[in-house]
Design a protein around this ligand. Structure first.
Ligand SMILES: [Zn+2]
Length: 263
């Protein structure tokens, strides 16, 4: 069971060591911006690292929307991030499920996801696994509730698509964590990554505010149960900087009987 954290992108390997993390996730550009990722000076070091690397796509990416001025640049930015992530040896690129605007047909949003994978395939492929992550909010989201997730998977099922399960997003989004992995796997057939986060907000609130595992509105044992059921690599995206995340990783290792990296 490998466990890591979402960290600052400047020196991810030092951040990993400071947390005794076996994996790190980071951004390759401003998550609120549209800039394409730039080549990294530490690419060789990252590729050779023992630590497993994951890249999170910018939050602005929304390949589902019917708005051309967002969808088309989102598609291109997603592909650019996938290529840049592959270049540093990342194991996956995580991207939020996205949404359509109020009054727009969600079915078109799912088809836009299919077109995104078709576009990437026609462009030579993403170059690494792309993992769609469930989201906490929105009434027109593609991957908040499992009924939508099932329709999304119907649309993209012909492509090799991964899934990232975020426990905070599921809880705040209104999906019970009990047996959640089984219900997700019945749709996707897989969980590639778990984002293990507690939630500052109530069940079904639709709000996306992560908390440390021992805090928040989720019983931490439910997060542990999700991880056990998923049997996938774990990333904490919790607050409190190095100390807060190191404590969350240590908590999970204690509950899961995982030793972590040699000191
Ligand atoms: Zn997440």
């Amino acid at each position: 069971m490998r466990i890591g954290a979402h960290v600052d992108s400047a020196d991810p390997l030092s951040e990993a060591a400071a947390r005794r993390a076996e994996a790190v996730q980071f951004f390759l550009s401003d998550p609120q911006g549209w800039k394409a990722p730039q080549p990294r000076a530490d690419a060789d070091r990252l590729r050779a690292a023992e630590v497993d690397l994951y890249v999170h796509a910018p939050y602005v990416v929304n390949v589902a929307t019917l708005n051309n001025r967002i969808r088309i640049p989102s598609r291109k930015l997603l592909l650019a991030h996938a290529r840049a992530a592959a270049e540093i040896g990342a194991r996956g690129l995580i991207v939020h499920g996205g949404h359509v605007n109020a009054g727009d047909d969600l079915a078109v949003g799912f088809d836009n996801w299919r077109k995104t994978f078709a576009y990437a395939a026609d462009s030579g492929g993403f170059g690494l696994p792309v993992l769609i992550e469930n989201t906490a909010g929105g009434d027109n989201a593609c991957a908040r509730r499992l009924d939508a997730l099932a329709r999304l998977w119907d649309a993209v099922g012909e492509y090799e698509v991964g899934f990232c399960l975020d426990t905070c997003h599921a809880h705040a989004g209104g999906e019970e964590l009990l047996d959640l992995v089984d219900r997700v796997k019945a749709i996707t057939g897989r969980v590639d990554l778990v984002h293990a986060n507690n939630s500052k907000d109530a069940f079904g609130s639709g709000r996306d505010r992560h908390d440390n595992l021992a805090g928040g509105s989720i019983d931490p044992e439910q997060v542990v149960a999700v991880i056990r059921a998923a049997d996938a690599l774990v990333i904490v995206e919790t607050p409190g900087g190095t100390d807060g995340q190191a404590a969350d990783i240590a908590f999970l290792r204690g509950r899961l009987g995982a030793e972590g990296p040699a000191a």
